[in-house]
Ligand binder design. Structure first.
Ligand code: ADP
Ligand code: MG
Length: 589
């Protein structure tokens, strides 16, 4: 460990001289308190260090020790169900070591070194292995089977492999290649560098979220990217929580970045109680949490999204579908801006550094559906979904713009909708998904051959609605033909009975694709039948007064195991409409 000396402290930025042997991105320990920092710039022998802990009381003249290695995290059994800070210190352990307040420089191991895991080898002595090959497995909990992979940089012939109870630091295999390597269940990886894979695949399978407006209208693919921009209180966090709960991913990594601490506590309290529809187990059993809430040091916030995405890549490499949520990437960008300001870099748009857009792009480019490293060509996916909090909700600002240039799905949250308590407040008129065509193929093949047709019909009605509403505002509803008035009613039904979904309702919180399909068909069928009745001379008022409408409204609360009830509503609809036509319609009009 080489020693330099502090010459300046400015908030989370520390400048030290005599650092000529250190490199950019090396991790350093600052002062006798051993605060953890990372060199973000080198000028001659002067290093600018981003410190991940409170720097009050630290001053010029104190020592800085370099570790010579970049900011890395530990990957291995023990990640799942854990809650870490932005540089992967387990919050529970930090709290134990330091009481309820985060004291500085606490040295806690990232992953538990004492716990023993049952290592089940899948390779044997004599087998040739390359990086990424799975050599054994650990049942981490009831849900996750943790694959132990050969680390990058290691290949050769297995000369020894163990079986049974070991800690993550014990040697469990020996590989003899250009030299002899001792492997453990744990490996390390520098967070700012994407983990390698063999090649990227086209994302063509949806990440089913159980949220109707998302799955049916603006789907995200497994391995895809999405952004949720919206003003304060519009529902970004609720959408992220909903995705973390219900998305059909094998593993969920949730990064709480610069947002309120109680939101993470909510996750901790709520997730263990909720049951995953896929596995029948607690949702927490597939989840890793990274928390760098607003009350924690700003610099670690900058690191938190890299820590999160590195963990996500690691599970992707095992062949899993991983979903990563980051709430909010704006707070991450603000941390970047603060550091840039202290470094006195030339500011770009709104004070953000000129490299903001490339950093945002680098982050989202780590998402993807891939063939993982190793010889068995297993497939994994990493879906990245970021909330963005533009000040005042105006997405012309730099972070929103940089994000929208790179992500393929845009769920635009709208203040007016949330004010009207239309939740999720995703604006259906300006949101988009560039995966739509690919997802349509999937839905048509796997759910209903007419899925896409119905979606297009519904969206056309919703788009037409805003034009018709304008006419109503100007000249009144009576100026519209009964057909157009009916269109307004169907669009309203689509909004209220389909798009609106209550995250806090026991049944409505999750809606399968089958149920989404049936609900959509039911609403559209009402429109078709009503049109038929109108053509037969039935009055619109009578159609709108049919008892079946009440059941359509309530169809969202149909339990997943009673979906035939929605078919029954459809039959009732046909019957009531027939009776109406028979009673009041003009035959063959
Ligand atoms: P943001 O993160 O954008 O500031 P939140 O996600 O905290 O906003 O949402 C604010 C409030 O809006 C929530 O506390 C909740 O009352 C309401 N809300 C948001 N989405 C939904 C939803 N899908 N169902 C019901 N209520 C919602
Ligand atoms: Mg929020």
């Amino acid at each position: 460990m080489k020693v330099g000396k502090i010459i300046k402290v400015s908030g989370p930025l520390v400048v030290a001289e005599g650092m000529d042997e250190a490199n950019v991105y090396d991790v350093v320990e600052v002062s006798e308190n051993k605060l953890i920092g990372e060199i973000i710039e080198m000028r001659g022998d002067q290093a600018s260090i981003q410190v991940y802990e409170e720097t009050t009381g630290i001053g010029p003249g104190e020592d800085v020790y370099t570790t010579g290695s970049p900011l890395s995290i530990e990957l291995g059994p023990g990640l799942i169900e854990e809650m870490f800070d932005g540089i992967q210190r387990p919050l529970e352990e930090l709290r134990k070591a330091a009481g309820d307040f985060l004291v500085r420089g606490v040295e806690v191991p990232r992953l538990n070194r004492e716990k023993k895991w049952n290592f089940e080898p899948v390779k044997q002595v004599g087998d040739e292995v390359v990086p990424g090959d799975i050599i054994g497995e650990v049942q981490e909990n009831a849900v996750v089977r943790h694959k132990i992979m050969v680390p990058h940089g290691v290949s050769g012939k297995i000369t020894d492999i163990k079986s049974g109870e070991y800690t993550i630091a014990d040697d469990i295999a020996t590989v003899s290649g250009d030299k002899e390597y001792k492997l453990q269940m744990m490996q390390k990886w520098p967070v700012r560098q994407g983990r390698p894979y063999k090649r990227k695949l086209d994302p063509n399978i949806p990440l089913v979220t159980g949220q109707r407006i998302i799955d049916t209208f603006f789907p995200v693919a497994k391995g895809g990217t999405a952004a949720i921009p919206g003003p304060f209180g519009s529902g970004k966090t609720v959408v992220q929580h909903q995705l973390a709960k219900w998305a059909d991913a094998d593993i969920v990594v949730y990064v709480g970045c610069g947002e309120r601490g109680n939101e993470m506590t909510d996750v901790l309290m709520e997730f263990p109680e909720l049951i995953d529809p896929q596995t029948g187990e607690s949702l927490m059993k597939r989840t890793v949490l990274i928390a760098n809430t607003s009350n924690m040091p700003v610099a670690a916030r900058e690191a938190s999204i890299y820590t999160g995405i590195t963990i996500a890549e690691y599970f992707r490499d095992m062949g899993y579908s991983v979903a990563l949520m980051a709430d909010s990437t704006s707070r991450w960008a603000e941390a970047l801006r603060e550091m840039s300001g202290r470094l006195e870099e030339m500011p770009g748009d709104e004070g953000y550094p000129a490299y903001l857009a490339s950093r945002v792009a680098e982050f989202y480019e780590r998402a993807g559906r891939v063939i993982a490293s190793g010889n068995d060509d297993r497939e994994g996916a990493l879906t990245a979904i970021g909330a963005v909090s533009p000040p005042g909700g105006d997405i012309s600002e730099p972070v929103s713009q940089a994000t929208l240039r790179i992500v393929k799905v845009f769920w635009g949250l709208d203040y007016a909708l949330s004010y009207a308590r239309h939740f999720p407040a995703i604006n259906w008129l300006n949101s988009y998904s560039l995966y739509q065509t690919k997802m349509d193929e999937y839905f048509d093949q796997n759910i209903d051959p007419e899925f896409a047709k119905h979606r297009i019909e519904a969206m056309a009605l919703l788009s037409e609605e805003s034009g018709l509403q304008e006419i109503v505002r100007l000249v009144g509803r009576d100026a519209l033909s009964e057909e157009d008035q009916l269109k307004l009613e169907i669009a309203k039904s689509l909004r209220e009975d389909f798009l609106q979904q209550n995250a806090f309702h026991e049944t409505d919180t999750y809606c399968s694709l089958q149920k989404q399909n049936k609900m959509m068909q039911l609403i559209l069928k009402f429109g078709h039948e009503a049109n038929r009745a109108l053509a037969q001379g039935v009055y619109l008022n009578e159609i709108l007064a049919l008892p079946v409408r009440e059941r359509i409204t309530r169809s969202k609360n149909t339990p997943e195991d009673k979906l035939e009830e929605i078919d029954a509503i459809k039959d009732q609809l046909t019957k009531e409409m027939e009776e109406l036509i028979a009673k009041g319609g003009i035959p063959n009009a």
